[in-house]
Design a protein around this ligand. Sequence first.
Ligand code: GLC
Length: 406
Amino acid sequence: MRFNDERDIFFKKRFGMFIHWGLYSIPAWHEQIIWRGNIKRSEYERYVDQFNPTKFNPDEWIDIAKEAGIEYICFTTKHHDGFCMWDTAFTDYNVMNTPYGKDVLGQLAEACQRRNMALSLYYSIVDWHHPNYPNMGRSHEMFGPRKGDLPDAKKYLDFVKNQVRELCTKYGKIYQFFWDLNSANFVDESINEMIRSLQPGILINDRGPGPGDYSTPERHVPEGRVFSIPTEACQSLGRESWGYKDDEDYYSCKHIIRSFDKILAMGGNYLLNVGPKADGTIAQENIKLLRKIGKWYKTVYEAFDGTYPASYLITNDDVLLTKRDNTVYVHLCNEPEVNRVILKPLDILPKRAILLNNGQELECRVDVTPGLWREKPYLRIRNIPVDEMTDTVMVIKLEFDESINE
Ligand code: GLC
């Protein structure tokens, strides 16, 4: 599973930070408060006169990301509300017309380039503000046009093209283009073609008006043990919202680490979301969670770096394997019930078994166990500290002398 061109960088940058930020950080309830909540569009649009993130400092965002081992940032340039976080010539509904009055995307892009952080752009096709978007009550749409709107798919797509051209020309190198919500089912392959010609080597997701490069499961781990197509799973730290919510209910660190581990061990990438506050800062709860997740990620990083999914080597359904040359990594990504793991049908003794989480050496045997007395000897890893390491995913490194059965 490779593109065999510049896009193969996708398989190296495994951990991204999704950032949902816009006017919706002011009511601080959900990025779709217009659709899910009790607020009229006209009322929401008045937040334009309040948006003033005086503490916005993209370097701080990048510091937080780098500390967690994150290698790219995906930023919401325009969410469903239609508000644009950059200096666009194609609608007044943008950040330049707020009290803040500065190009947020421009500052973020400048900092990312300076700090060697790849930048991806999120863009919603559904638009609750633009007069030409045909709002018809489909998924995540307004129930109809409002007074004065002139629904016109062609004109709207021209607007999208103009904005996308702007995004792909004004802000330097763009790593990925993350389309969201094509509820109108627009088909226009020329837009992705334009993106590719303006940004050679860019990766485009599968939610846009033309074929993309990778799939984007959301808030869940798909069935199976290996992805058959390039995949970037996205997940938010908060259970309820992607934008900042001041009374957010957070996932447990363990839940995030488990889904993170599974997605990566299946060969996918992980895009983990934070929603900055209206003042531009990232809330402490998010920073704390990211630190813990990042600490785990850095400790087990070698199990993902240049490895490929190798769970086909075993029949266990509660563990996943990754592999590089003669090194195999065992991911205990489900709650281990016993302090050993039997890797059936492997029957080769590794030189060494190291628990990456704490560097501890683990004992291995190749033997017949009473539970499997009718079968042949299998590799058994013993004395795993299952009662000590309960809030994490343990990853065991097995170093073999020889190449194991493919
Ligand atoms: C969901 C949410 C949307 C969010 C997106 C991120 O579709 O409804 O608000 O931007 O996920 O992938």
